[in-house]
Design a protein around this ligand. Structure first.
Ligand code: FEO
Ligand code: CA
Ligand code: CA
Ligand code: CA
Length: 604
């Protein structure tokens, strides 16, 4: 008698055993090969990585830090050749620069202008051409004309939509309110139906500097003309010292600069000369991602969560329809309606439009125009009565009116703040909501919702987890973050437990999560990270014979404090030196390529 029932699974692979150690692991019969690591040269004339003598100039031609979103678009319809698009969310200077930590002092005394520029050059994104070699393995095409870095140090961008050029977007450096230097904290993202790359600007607030501190040493914005709005967005976070060197990151010098961050950026991976566009019609918040789909009625729909405790789930619906002739900068990205979700106890979800003049969104309530609604999206959503969620991370539409919303955790929700859609107080492990839009249309303004799983260990009653009982000890997870749906419509979840992985003991990983029939709610482990790394990506090619995964910040989350660790082997080691395991090299974020040994579709 088997220990567990054997309902037919839609995913064919032998489940990996859970664990947590210095390296990565993949289910048997698969390879997970390193494709790109922090510092790898990505252009023909880029210098080789010299970790102890890094420069900003070198970093601008090398793969960036903390790879998060990964997207892929084939070139010329050839499935063996294409452009890989990768976000670089943030930097861990305690790993990049020996002896330095973010908290080395309130004034960031150790951060020289050159180190700051290296940090900036390691942020943003990368576009590179990759191709399959004779052995069927993907490799970088280093001399490709498409290869480039996108950074907050030197990549100029423009704006589209209601807020472009608005008075509140204007600064001393940009009186037109139409040009901004780069993008930052690009967490997840998306690819448009026309093959361009969307980068979500998430924790942009952390980058703003002020010299004004209160008696407790916290940023004091009370003298700012829009102090309440800044506070709603958490600006300035003062996480980085960039504002000491670059005026636009200094709120004291450029009080309107924050309005130019927190947007969705579109990049044309096929044209390195095309200036990326921040599309203001998609709203301004801590965008986790921007996963797109074409609704059955032809409209472009983009789901995007605001990853903050008690913030909201959004979606954008274009006015026009996708014809197949769209190109970079399509008006479908600027002419449309942004909605925010209200999840009712009776299982309905209502999408509330952010349209100027409708409901409470009027001049009398402080919203003078559509531009104001887009700049002050969080305040508009507050006024509409949206449902405060447990940190909306990735939101993945399937194209058939179904979408999956990752609610990663929220330990600050009190017992008297729980509701049907956020049912646990002090949630350490998060949950996943499934939305079924009315009529199977992603563009619908109403739908129904249900909880697919409540995460955490099902063997611990107090956790209050909800899984299909067929889920094994290896299969349950905590803190869903990114999600993918493969070409067969199957859901895959990657996790980010942060420094709280000690609560599960498990490393972060990739899980196959059943959504249909008897097996619904059953999860199985396919891949796991080295210790202290979070798993980003995941991205399947259309042929499903390749899966891209991004291991972010290996060796850091929840491990011992790395501040002051040395790269010399005579000093104390960090928790792992993945993926090089070279005593002269720190742990490095890296993108992996998963393929089936002998080829073929993954998990079939
Ligand atoms: Fe950057 Fe919400 O994870
Ligand atoms: Ca992250
Ligand atoms: Ca994330
Ligand atoms: Ca996360």
């Amino acid at each position: 008698q088997p220990a567990r029932a054997t309902t037919a699974s839609r995913y064919v692979f032998d489940e990996l055993a859970w664990g947590n150690d210095a390296t990565h692991h993949i289910a048997e019969g698969y390879d997970a090969d390193v494709l790109l690591r922090w510092g790898d040269p990505i252009t023909a004339d880029a210098p080789e990585f010299d970790v102890m003598n890094q420069t900003a100039a070198a970093q601008l031609q090398q793969f960036g830090y903390n790879n998060d979103y990964v997207g892929f678009t084939p070139l010329d319809g050839n499935p063996d050749r294409g452009l890989l698009c990768v976000n670089h969310e943030y930097t861990n200077e305690e790993v990049m620069f020996p002896g330095l930590g973010r908290q080395d002092s309130a004034e960031f005394a150790g951060m020289t202008p050159e180190l700051i520029d290296i940090e900036m050059a390691a942020h943003g994104g990368t576009v590179v051409e990759i191709a399959r070699n004779a052995n069927g393995k993907w490799e970088l095409v280093r001399d490709s004309q498409y290869n480039r870095r996108i950074t907050p140090l030197n990549t100029k961008m423009t704006f589209s939509g209601p807020a472009a050029g608005h008075a509140r977007m204007q600064t001393n450096a940009d009186p037109e309110g139409m040009t901004v230097m780069g993008t930052v904290n690009n967490c997840a993202g998306g690819m448009t139906p026309w093959g361009t790359y969307l980068m979500a600007e998430e924790n942009f607030h952390g980058y703003f500097w002020t010299d004004k501190l209160d008696a407790d040493g916290n940023p004091d914005v009370s003298a700012h003309p829009e102090a309440a709005k800044l506070e709603r967005y958490g600006v300035p976070g003062r996480w980085y010292a960039w504002g000491k060197v670059h005026d636009h990151w200094n709120l004291d010098l450029e009080p309107q600069e924050p309005n130019r961050w927190g947007w969705i950026v579109e990049v044309d991976p096929r044209n390195p000369d095309a200036m990326p566009i921040k599309h203001t019609a998609l709203g301004r918040f801590r965008h986790e991602g921007a996963e797109t789909c074409v609704s059955e009625d032809g409209k472009l729909v983009i789901y995007s969560g605001d990853d903050n405790r008690f913030d909201y789930q959004y979606k954008y619906v274009s006015n026009g329809t996708v014809t197949g002739n769209e190109t970079f900068g399509s008006s479908l990205m600027s002419d449309g309606t942004l909605y925010v979700a209200r999840f009712d106890e009776d299982g309905t979800v209502t999408w509330l439009p952010l349209v100027h003049g409708e409901g409470p969104l009027t001049a009398e309530n402080g919203f003078a125009s559509q531009a104001d609604l887009m700049i002050d999206t969080r305040l508009a959503a507050d006024a509409l009565g949206a449902t405060p969620m447990d940190r909306p991370e990735d939101a993945q539409p399937r194209g058939d009116g179904t979408a999956y919303i990752m609610l990663t955790n929220n330990t600050r929700r009190k017992a008297d703040q729980v509701d049907a859609a956020n049912p646990r107080a002090e949630s350490s492990f998060g949950h996943i909501i499934e939305i079924k839009e009315d009529g199977g249309l992603h563009s619908a303004t109403k739908g129904t919702w249900s909880i697919l799983v409540k995460c955490g260990d099902p063997a611990v009653t107090e956790v209050g987890a909800q899984w299909n009982p067929e889920t094994s000890e290896s299969g349950w997870f905590g803190s869903p973050d990114n999600a993918a749906i493969d070409a067969d419509g199957r859901l895959w979840i990657s996790t980010d437990q942060g420094s709280s992985w000690g609560k599960t003991g498990k490393s972060d990983g990739l899980y196959a999560l059943e959504t249909e029939g008897e097996a619904r709610g059953t999860s199985r482990l396919f891949f796991r990270c080295p210790v202290g790394g979070e798993l980003c990506g995941p991205y399947f090619t259309d042929a499903m014979d390749t899966l891209f995964l991004a291991v972010q910040h290996p060796g850091t989350d929840g491990t011992k404090d790395l501040v002051g660790f040395e790269r010399d082997s005579t000093f104390e080691d960090p928790a792992t030196r993945w993926p090089d395991f070279d005593p002269a090299m720190p742990p490095r974020p890296a993108v992996l390529v998963v393929t089936k040994q002998g080829g073929g579709k993954i998990a079939t």
